[in-house]
Design a protein. Structure first.
Lengths: 362, 398
């Protein structure tokens, strides 16, 4: 018998208690902040009841970070702010400074690494996005590539705060939508457009047929038998809306299709309660092709929306509030996007989106 | 093929994404590839996806660490013969510290563990909030896990489990925090370690804590249980500061009063008058005049339930379940509520049915009966407008 003692296995400890990562100035003013100001894009100053001031410098990041870059962030935090930093819900990195004299040297150092400072107030902050072809099996498109190309085009809106309101852009590479894409000012969404191709051999090996049938929201999957009598399924093509839920429960239902997969663009959603209630994004462009490495059609559509919004919206109006005011016909006219039958909802509660009044703009 | 250490994969298309001002993920992968042949094969496979317009990852597969059913996402290449170093490329979800606060030292620990055991690539952070460690092999999982817990980090949720709760920066750096979102998030995370690590629900369950109605973690859009801070008394108002905003050029009538959704404010050129009983706590006026207006002092949160992305019956926003809970009663109330909600969902939820979809199916009145909550008008935007009323068997006159 082995006499080597096994080290005690640590489990269920949960995340580190956050207090140990809070800068001393945050601990001193926790829950006692008075107000904040924005001295320049990408920089915030929070003032405590104590009079103490905390300076935040926010930088954009590609979210996909190498350990080398994270160590660089750590070094910058050590150099300029006692080692303290945090990340935001939109994947920006924030350095938390007590000494305002360090703001410019930190900005300079970040610029040296190619990380822009910005993303505050009425800017376009970082694009929240999913894994895409980097790491996902159900992706209808890549995520990081489109985000990079789009942020290159919108770079000046990250580093300035000149828009009427904030514009939150998000990308999901399929309808699973890992992230709040469905409530964004502008959402870029990967879509499949063909029913799954059933791989009968795989069904036998790795799928539970009743679970698979139950997974379809429209009842498009039916039990069937192969020539040798083995159980399988068939898909009623006309009933399939390409959601891919069947593929999530059964790898035999392949959705990926190099020709028919692509992108759709949605607009006017928000999660904040400021002024208007939180709302879903609505369809602006039903389909754009996958066109790596820089997806010019997608970038062009997003830039177009930002441009007409910036020109037409009133102060503080988010994209959806602006469209509510001018009306959808005008939105399609201004953007030049074609209004098609795909824009009209035909799923559950579809009737609620049909125009049921004489309130029309001519 | 990139299995030969000297030979870098062709990345003609990806190289295009190293151009332009925004920081490049391709540059990140190339940086990590200095220490890791895995990243070369990742680049090779991604270039292939770019050439062919489709992904090359296979469907999951069950992998994990001993005693956990959550926290590791299995991932395999469908072209392992071309890119053997990413034949297995599993993701580890690591539960982030509340509010995503770190020290340089803590980050370096994670980097060292991940450089040794995996690709050296991360997401800071994933959509649910976790630190995502991208890409390792099955045989490395247990060792990585033990080193992570040794360094004070644990895995996050995945599958049909409670997912890693997340929260906004809250009281740590925001004057609008109406409750301690970081503490509530942390305490709930610690209270439900078992529910996170050992999936036993019909489907995923997400909790997100935003400390004010600006909702910086999009709680109302993507949490099965949304906890959103608010207040019940009057907006704290500093008239001298209001006057300063006006003097500095702010058009208070146009930019504040006319933007108020209930038009509950009045500006006569000298004094801002707020009819607080008509305020819906939207945050607009406070957002634009942070020095002059602050949330009231009677603070707490509303609890909403049921938001989710489209799969499978369509996207939902969370709707009000408890209109207000005082801040100091929040944790206890949530735990009691979660106990009841989970019990009902365990009993009546079908496979892969989120709580929100179950409520749509059984109806909110039945759900309220099931969890023992009385209906209140704050739960609806309006009472029903259809007369097809199901009267409970014991209700009505005989």
């Amino acid at each position: 018998m082995s006499t080597t003692p096994t080290p005690k296995r640590i489990t269920d400890i949960g995340p580190p208690q956050y207090e140990k990562y809070l800068p001393p100035i945050v601990k001193r003013n926790y829950g006692k902040w008075m107000y904040h100001e924005s001295p320049q894009p990408g920089v915030l100053v929070h003032v405590g009841e104590s009079g103490e001031k905390l300076y935040t410098v926010r930088a954009g990041s590609p979210r996909l970070l190498s350990v080398q870059t994270i160590r660089r962030f750590a070094d910058l935090a050590d150099r300029f702010c006692g080692g303290y930093l945090r990340f935001t819900s939109r994947n920006n990195v924030e350095f938390l400074l007590e000494n305002p004299a360090n703001i410019e040297p930190l900005k300079h150092a970040l610029a040296g690494f190619g990380f822009p400072v910005g993303g505050t107030n009425n800017s376009i902050s970082n694009i929240v996005h999913t894994q895409g072809w980097i790491h996902c099996h159900s992706a209808a498109t890549d995520a990081s590539g489109i985000v990079k190309a789009t942020m290159d085009a919108l770079y000046n809106h990250f580093t300035t705060e000149t828009l009427p309101g904030k514009v939150r852009i998000a990308l999901a590479c399929c309808l699973n939508m890992c992230g709040a894409v469905h409530c964004s000012d502008i959402a870029i969404l990967g879509v499949h457009r063909k029913p799954p191709k059933v791989e009968h051999e795989t069904i036998r090996k790795s799928c539970e047929v009743p679970t698979l049938i139950a997974s379809c929201p429209t009842g498009a999957i039916r039990p069937s038998t192969q020539a040798d009598g083995k159980a399988t399924v068939e898909v009623i093509d006309e009933q399939c809306m390409y959601c891919g839920n069947c593929y999530t429960v059964c790898p035999a239902m392949k959705m990926n299709d190099a020709v028919n997969d692509g992108l759709s663009i949605w607009v006017g959603g928000k999660v904040s309660n400021a002024r208007s209630a939180p709302t879903f994004s609505k369809l602006a462009v039903p389909f754009l092709p996958n066109h790596p490495p820089r997806w010019p059609e997608v970038v062009e559509a997003v830039v177009k929306i930002v441009e007409v919004y910036a020109k037409g919206a009133r102060k503080y109006e988010r994209v959806g509030e602006w469209i509510d005011r001018i009306g959808w016909p005008r939105f399609f006219q201004l953007t030049g996007f074609e209004f098609t039958r795909e824009h009209i909802d035909d799923f559950k509660h579809a009737g609620l989106t049909y125009a049921r009044s004489m309130h029309m703009r001519y | 093929m990139a299995s030969d250490a000297d030979e870098k994969p062709k990345t003609t298309m990806l190289d295009e994404l190293e151009k332009g001002p925004w920081p490049s993920f391709v540059t990140e992968i190339k940086q990590a590839s200095q220490g890791s042949p895995v990243c070369d094969d990742l680049l090779g496979q991604l270039e292939l996806s770019y050439e062919e317009n489709q992904g090359h990852w296979k469907h999951g597969g069950i992998v994990g660490v001993r005693g956990y059913g959550s926290g590791v996402i299995g991932r395999y290449s469908d072209v392992p013969e071309k890119f053997p170093n990413v034949a297995h490329f599993h993701t580890i979800r690591v539960n982030h510290p509340a509010g995503w606060f770190y020290t340089g030292e803590a980050l370096r620990k994670i980097c060292d563990i991940w450089e040794k055991n995996g690709s050296g690539l991360t997401n800071m952070h994933g959509s649910t909030g976790d630190i995502i460690l991208l890409g390792t092999q099955t045989e490395k999982l247990e060792e990585t896990f033990q080193e992570l817990t040794g360094a004070g980090f644990d895995l996050g949720g995945s599958g049909s489990a409670m997912r890693t709760p997340s929260c906004c920066v809250g009281m740590a750096r925001c004057e609008w925090a109406c409750y301690d979102s970081m503490k509530v998030c942390y305490d709930l995370t610690m209270a439900y370690q078992d529910e996170m690590h050992r999936p036993a629900f019909p489907y995923k369950f997400k909790i997100k804590c935003s400390a004010c109605p600006n909702d910086c973690v999009a709680s109302i859009a993507r949490a099965d249980l949304s906890v959103i801070g608010t207040w019940r008394d009057e907006i704290q108002q500093d008239d001298a500061e209001v006057a300063k905003y006006a003097a500095a050029g702010m058009n208070i009538q146009k930019d504040v009063c006319e933007r108020c959704p209930t038009k509950c404010m009045d500006w006569d050129g000298r004094k801002l008058k707020i009819e607080n009983a008509e305020c819906v706590h939207c945050m607009h006026c406070i957002n634009v005049m942070p020095k002059a207006l602050r949330p009231g002092k009677d603070r707490g949160a509303a609890i909403l339930i049921g938001s989710k992305a489209p799969i499978m019956q369509g996207a939902l926003l969370s709707s009000v379940l408890v209109p207000f809970v005082p801040a100091d009663e929040l944790l206890e109330t949530m735990q009691e509520l979660l106990r009841r909600v989970w019990e009902f969902w365990d009993e009546y939820g079908t496979n892969r049915e989120r709580v929100g979809e179950m409520i749509q199916r059984v109806g909110l009145p039945n759900f309220l009966d099931g969890i023992g909550l009385d209906p209140v008008p704050e739960m609806v935007s309006a009472p029903r407008d259809n007369p097809y009323i199901f009267v409970k068997p014991d209700g009505g006159e005989k």
